[in-house]
Design a protein around this ligand. Structure first.
Ligand code: KMH
Ligand code: ZN
Length: 273
């Protein structure tokens, strides 16, 4: 089986130090968490940035600073900025980090309820705009799908020429308002993507390690990190993103799956090497 790509979503936009004091806000904290994840075996950092007080931002200069700080500690890691940002941000705000020429960026493939009165808006025209701009600047999208219909949207936009192959999906499972993280849900998503595509799976909260295990067994790839879950086991806060990545590496080893280096991840994903 192909080597396992581990993505660390180290920061997110919604999780705070109240949830876990180790959630990074400052550039130094973000670089520290990226380094811990990278040392443990992550080859991709899915990146959100914050101001020092924890406020999420998509500010290009803040991303530049964070990326430089991460690259100083982890020179070969793949950085994948978010274009999801935080609920309520405009498309223009959200797209800023793709103009720093990262190798990848997230591309959210549909609108979903995000708990309470919150709506994470990604209209079809927005998805097309994001895809076209990513093509223009040569950034590979990771297609974030929170439900099966979002795979269908991505495939439709691929047919129309907006999204290129080979496609790389991220099944985000267990978000309030999206698909759950049970085995049948995972199989439904996995069986719905084209054979020549790759996928990562992300389990939110209590689903983090069960979804990771399903993806490892099924030949997919795995995302973990504070953006998705702050616990290393039931009721026990993780000390760092590194600790979450280490747990995935242990599970992968037990199941006979080797972990990819960043260079190996680039080959698997069809990024330039
Ligand atoms: N923060 C969420 C509203 C992404 O990074 O592309 C969106 C999100 C998805 O985190
Ligand atoms: Zn994100």
């Amino acid at each position: 089986m192909e080597k396992l790509i581990i993505t660390a979503a180290i920061c997110g936009a919604e999780v705070t130090k109240e949830h876990n004091p180790n959630v990074p806000y400052t550039i130094e904290e973000i670089a520290r968490e990226a380094y811990a994840a990278y040392n443990a075996g992550a080859s991709i950092i899915h990146l959100h940035v914050r101001y020092d007080d924890g406020t999420p931002t998509q500010n290009k200069e803040r991303f530049r600073e964070a990326i430089e700080a991460i690259k100083t500690k982890c020179p070969d890691v793949i950085i994948q900025p978010s274009t999801g940002g935080a609920v309520g941000m405009t498309s223009g705000e959200r797209l800023q980090p793709i103009y720093l020429n990262p190798e990848m960026a997230s591309l959210d493939c549909g609108t979903l309820n995000f708990g309470g009165d919150e709506i994470f808006v990604n209209t079809e025209n927005m998805i097309i705009e994001f895809a076209l701009k990513m093509n223009e600047v040569g950034v590979k999208p990771e297609l974030e799908v929170f439900d099966k219909g979002m795979i269908d949207t991505a495939l439709r936009l691929h047919k129309k020429g907006y999204i290129k192959t080979p496609m790389h999906f991220n099944f985000v499972m267990g978000v309030t308002g999206g698909i759950s993280g049970e085995i049948r849900d995972f199989l439904f998503l996995k069986e719905s993507i084209p054979e020549d595509s790759t996928f990562t799976a992300t389990g939110i909260g209590r689903y983090e390690f069960s979804v990771a295990t399903m993806a490892i067994l099924a030949g997919g790839h795995v995302r973990v990190g504070f953006e998705d879950n702050v616990y290393i086991s039931k009721g026990v806060l993780a000390r760092s993103n590194g600790e979450l990545v280490e747990k995935v590496v242990r599970i992968a080893r037990e199941l006979g799956r080797e972990v990819a280096t960043p260079q190996e991840a680039r080959k698997i994903l069809g990024l330039e090497v």
